[in-house]
Design a protein. Structure first.
Length: 324
């Protein structure tokens, strides 16, 4: 234990400082984010450890987003902007990942970076976010991806927690070790990409997790699982993603019931279930990886029987022992 500034007691873990920051790339796909970008940019500029490159991909915005980005990139050398042509519509899921990869390519690829982060444009980050994430990645060499947790700011200013499992980095802020990212094949360019990747990590011998630490709490300025056309559409897409990645019906039913007890109450969980069942009835395509689906369903069943946190710990202990 040590004494920090202002006489506050902080643990050694909290007080440590990254003295030799690694090269890391942050890619932020965005489209029509004028309501959120300025706040996001302010929190990025305030980071104690800034990205080597922050590549913001303007995916065809029609609002003030281009002007905001032009001003930010003129003021800060680490901010770069890559403009994509307007497709005429927002393409959530695979479209976001296409924009992410366009940003990676515009940055010259991943070979010159140790870490890469896919970061949403509607977040506010605490000032030591990247510093502390990097410290954790260095402390745990088999940690493939990692993030803090997310809170939602309600219209009255109240912050509430987004309920997410610990078994993967949050989709809004996927911070990856490049070696792991390459080994798992990167992000799948389909809905459900942000659930598939964490299980791919464990399948390939890497750990994936998020952690609720006060100094890593991000503020999400938009409700998770919502959509530009409403929460119902966003939650249906969530269910479609569960179907695509191969989740079992029993597990999706459990998830849907669980999500009925959070905002928006009932309808959010029903939307997930509806999206999954509709995808099944329509026989939509699923991920073509039988080994992955077997791994996923075994993990899901153990999570239902023993709890998600205990199951994650079991798998991670197995990964550590295999590397010893």
């Amino acid at each position: 234990m040590c004494i920090g500034s202002g006489g506050l007691r902080v643990t050694e873990r909290e007080a440590s400082v990254v003295t030799d920051p690694p090269r890391f790339l942050v890619v932020t796909p965005c489209r029509d984010e004028e309501d959120h970008l300025e706040a996001m940019i302010s929190t990025m500029v305030a980071q104690t450890v800034r990205p080597t490159v922050w590549m913001i991909v303007d995916d065809g915005s029609s609002d003030r987003t281009p002007e905001i980005l032009a001003e930010a990139s003129s003021r800060h050398d680490f901010i770069r902007v890559h403009r994509r042509e307007d497709r005429g519509r927002r393409k959530v899921g695979p479209g976001v990942i296409e924009a992410f990869y366009a940003g990676v390519e515009a940055a010259g690829g991943l070979d010159s970076f140790e870490y890469v982060c896919k970061l949403d444009a509607d977040l506010e980050l605490p000032p030591r976010y990247f510093e502390l994430v990097i410290e954790e990645m260095r402390r745990e060499p088999l940690l493939g991806n990692y993030s803090g947790k997310v809170q939602i700011r309600l219209p009255d200013g109240t912050l509430i927690d987004e309920r997410t499992g610990d078994e993967n980095a949050n989709g809004q802020a996927k911070f990856y070790r490049v070696a792991c990212f390459k080994e798992i094949g990167g992000f799948v360019r389909e809905v459900g990409w942000d659930g598939i990747d964490g299980h791919m990590c464990r399948l390939h011998g890497w750990m994936a997790r998020s952690e609720d630490r006060p100094e890593l709490r991000m503020v999400h300025r938009r409700l998770m699982g919502s959509s530009e056309v409403g929460i119902w559409t966003g939650r249906k897409r969530w269910g479609w993603g569960k179907y695509f990645m191969g989740s079992s019906p029993v597990y999706v039913l459990a998830v849907s019931v669980y999500r009925m007890f959070e905002r928006p109450f009932v309808i959010g969980g029903l939307g997930i279930l509806y999206g999954y069942v509709k995808s099944w009835v329509m026989r939509k395509p699923r991920i073509d990886d039988k080994a992955f689906i077997r791994h996923l369903r075994r993990y899901e069943m153990e999570s239902l029987l023993h709890g998600k946190r205990r199951t994650m710990q079991k798998y991670h202990d197995r990964i550590r022992s295999g590397a010893a």
